[in-house]
Every structure is written in C-alpha cells, then in structure tokens.
Design a protein around this ligand. Structure first.
Ligand SMILES: [Ca+2]
Ligand SMILES: [Ca+2]
Ligand SMILES: [Ca+2]
Ligand SMILES: [Ca+2]
Length: 475
C-alpha cells in the first residue's frame, strides 16, 4: 500500500505518480487503474486527474497497474484521501491559450509561462500534461528544448498549474516550429527502437532514464564497440558540402576527465575517426542536459558514399553512463563533384588525387574525370577521337569527346594548323564563320554527355589539308 497526495473537494486534481514506480531496466512504464476511486482518471504516463465531489470526501483506495513494454507488470494498492478545505480556491490561468514565440528546428528554445496562473492561498508549480516531447517544462513554468525535423509546424501542449494542495487548472500552450532548410539524412528519438542506429553490444541499450519523451540510448562505461551505437546503414554525403549532427545528452556518473566520443567512418565502419571527444568537467557536468549541433564541411572531413557516425562511451570507471537522445544527421550545400567521382570509382589512398594514374594508362585521374573515362581501366571509352564527316558533299575534320554534366567543369575547343598556335573556337549550331558545328549529340550517357563537332572549313580549304583539335578543360 502506498499513498498518492490528497485531493481537495471541488478542485480539479493533478498528481504525478510517474516516479512512484521504478523499472530496473529503465524501461518506459505505462500506468492504469484496475478498480476503485471512480472520479479519478490515470493517464498512461502517470498523471492522476479528475475532480472529487462532496460525496468523495474521505479515504479510499484504488488498485493500480504498471507495466513495461515487455508485458511485465506489478499491481499495487494506492490509498487516497479527499479533504475539504473551506474557502480554499483552485488556481486559475489567465490569458490562455498561450501563444509563445516561434521556435526554430534544431535550435535551443527557451521561454516561460511563469505568472500565467494564480492561486489565492497556495504556491504554484507548472507541468506539461501532454504534447510533443521536445519541450521540457520546469516547475517554475520555464520551458526549454530543441525541436527536431518531425516537430516542424504547429505544436500544442496541455499544461497544468498545480497548487501545493494538488488543486489545479489546465490550459494550452502553442508554439510554431520553423524548419531550417537542411536535408534530413536520419532522425531518431528512440521512442520505439534504435531506428537508424544499432547497438554495438551489452553496454548500449534503450532506457527511459533521463529520456526526452519515453526512451533514449544509454551508453555505459568503456567497453569499446559494446559501449557504442552506430548508424546501421551508410549515408551518401557526396552530393553535399556540409554535414551536421544534432543531439542532446545527460551524463550520469562520468567523473571529471572521463569522456564519450562522436566519430565518423568514411568506409562504412571499417575505420573510425574521432570528430569530437566530450569530456566531463570541460564539455559537460554530471546530470546537466546538453544540446549539441555540430557542423563539418568537406574540407574538414572526407565525404563519401559510405559514411557512418558512431557514439561511444570511452569512460573507464564503474557505471559511467551517457544518455543520448534525439539524434538528427543533416546535410546541406553542394558537394565537390570530383570527390563524388572518386567515390563512385572507389579511388582511395594512393589511387586517389587528381594527379594519380592507378590504371597506368597515361591519363591521370583529373583527365579521366574531365573526359568521362574510366580511372580503373586502360580501355578508355569516351577518349576523345578525331574523324571526318561528310556534310552536303564536303568532307570536314571532326572531333568527338565527352564532357561532364555536372556544370563545374568548363571546356574550350581549340584548333591549330601547326601545333604551335592555338585558337579557341566557339561552338554553335548556327552557321557562322570561325566556329565549330555540332554534327551529333549531345547524348546524355550518365555523368557525361558525348558530342561530335566539325570544323567550319573542309579539308580542301585547309593548309596542308589538315587541322589539329585540342580540348582544354578546367574546374
Ligand atoms: Ca488554493
Ligand atoms: Ca526519446
Ligand atoms: Ca588513368
Ligand atoms: Ca583509364
């Protein structure tokens, strides 16, 4: 038998029992009432509500049920008393619903509803009864939190003002969350499961302890992989120039100097590089919630099509815990198309770099990239070639080549009679002097297009009946 706080006859009652039950695994608990105290309602997240009437005054009891997600439960008897308090009035809100200023996705928000409720006799505290989990309310009515991608748009909460005698009132808080324009790669609140992440072992589990909402990830001690979570699937970050990782955490028992790591892998989890070490006493203090938003660009780390992130508790004492929630991986900007091309062809280590020639065909990677050739094969499709084309009975010199569709590479076609003096030529489908004419293409064949151009003068009009073509590419 245990007792919930007293209710006052004729006053709406608000009492939280979510901390009356404890699950050793930290699992989310669901509360319900099996029988007893007819006027009282129990919410799944542990609020007792209702308004007792004159006939409810006195002691009573209810049979209570609490259950974890695996169906394990305990039933117990809760004693309860409704008292009369003549002349005492319930708190009231004034001015609601409360439309607080807009919030921005991924940015720490803060405001307050302190002072919006009053009570003639008793001290007041505030609490959120229901609504989006990202917003946390302190007993003084101040609110804080970071809205994620799924919170963009209107957000509505039911809030209570509670007097010290458990009498209360409810009202509504509205906040509109504005999106931030970043592309969301992954977004996980861990309410149901690990989502896009996977546990590395026994010391990385889901728990309700210190969670935003009902669950988060607990990383315990430093058992290496077993104390880590990583993205299950790789992300392709090559189309972008920036990545960003947002998350919130609370450390519990992390002694000064102990740390956890945020790492990334450019190769799907084979190798890991530490992006930041979060150190107790430097970056955080025990049991103080922190919100992080960290951005890297493609000059700082290598963007690949096989990119992963990992969180790992690196502490070495006993029972050092880091609780991580609301992990969002974002991307933005336009990536370096050459890096994307290297990734496409799996050019790593000594095979990478514009000056390398891993297939030994005499074309360095930059040439192969500019002209749509294969850096891993010395049989080069798309290699520029010269030819002759017959146009209305006149035979012209022509050149066929491939050019990048990415728009970042510019090409100039030059001609020469003697390989000494070169003249840049305009490319045009219109007949005009001193130009090259398109006779085939462009044909889009993937990341490049192929095209065939003829010179403006036939062989019979050329010095020595020949001309040289040169294609100058730059980025
Ligand atoms: Ca009162
Ligand atoms: Ca959560
Ligand atoms: Ca080559
Ligand atoms: Ca090649």
């Amino acid at each position: 038998m245990w007792a919930a706080g007293d209710a006052v006859e004729g006053q709406a009652y608000f009492y939280y029992i979510g901390d009356e039950a404890f699950d050793v695994n930290g699992d989310e608990l669901t509360f319900s009432k099996l029988a007893g105290i007819p006027w009282m309602t129990v919410t799944a997240n542990g609020w007792l509500t209702g308004t007792p009437g004159a006939g409810d005054v006195g002691t009573d009891s209810a049979s209570m049920h609490v259950e974890d997600p695996f169906g394990l439960f305990v039933d117990s008897t809760m004693s309860h008393e409704v008292i009369t308090d003549a002349g005492n009035t319930a708190p009231t809100f004034s001015g609601g619903p409360f439309n607080l200023p807009d919030a921005d996705e991924g940015v720490l928000y803060g405001d307050t509803i302190a002072g919006t409720a009053s009570d003639a006799e008793d001290a007041i505290t505030y609490a959120i009864i229901s609504g989006p989990a990202w917003l946390i309310m302190a007993p003084d009515g101040s609110v804080s939190g970071v809205p994620g991608p799924s919170d963009v748009g209107p957000n509505v909460w039911t809030v209570a003002a509670m007097a010290s005698n458990n009498g209360g009132a409810t009202d509504t808080v509205n906040i509109t969350v504005n999106g931030n324009g970043w592309t969301v790669l992954t977004d996980d609140d861990f309410e149901v499961d690990f989502g896009n992440w996977q546990s590395g072992g026994a010391n990385a589990v889901l728990t309700g302890q210190n969670a935003i909402g009902t669950q988060n990830v607990k990383l315990n001690d430093g058992l290496g992989d077993a104390s880590s979570i990583e993205l299950t699937n790789s992300e392709d970050t090559t189309p972008y120039s920036q990545v960003r990782v947002d998350f919130t955490y609370i450390a519990d028992g992390m002694d000064p100097g102990e740390n956890f790591l945020l790492q990334y892998s450019p190769d799907g989890g084979t190798s890991w590089i530490t992006l930041k070490s979060f150190v107790s006493g430097v970056d955080f203090n025990d049991m103080v919630r922190e919100y992080e938003s960290l951005i890297w660009d493609n000059t700082q780390i290598t963007f690949t099509n096989d990119m992963k992130f990992r969180f790992e508790n690196d502490a070495n004492g006993g029972n050092d815990k880091t609780f991580i929630d609301n992990i969002v991986v974002y991307a933005a900007g336009v990536g370096d198309p050459y890096v994307a091309w290297e990734n496409l062809h799996s050019l790593t280590g000594g095979d990478s770099g514009r000056a390398s020639d891993p297939d030994g065909d005499g074309f360095d990677n930059e040439h192969e990239y500019f002209f749509g050739m294969d850096p891993n094969s010395n049989v080069n499709a798309n290699q520029p070639t010269g030819s002759s084309v017959d146009d209305a009975g006149t035979l012209y010199p022509a050149v066929t080549y491939a050019y990048s569709n990415e728009g970042s590479v510019s090409y100039t076609i030059e001609t020469s009679d003697d390989l000494a003096t070169w003249t840049a030529r305009n490319v045009s489908p219109l007949p005009a002097a001193d130009e090259l004419f398109i006779v085939a293409g462009p044909v889009d064949v993937g990341r490049v297009s192929t095209i065939t151009l003829r010179y403006n003068t036939g062989y019979s009009g050329l010095p020595n009946s020949k001309i040289f073509f040169r294609i100058v590419a730059s980025e």
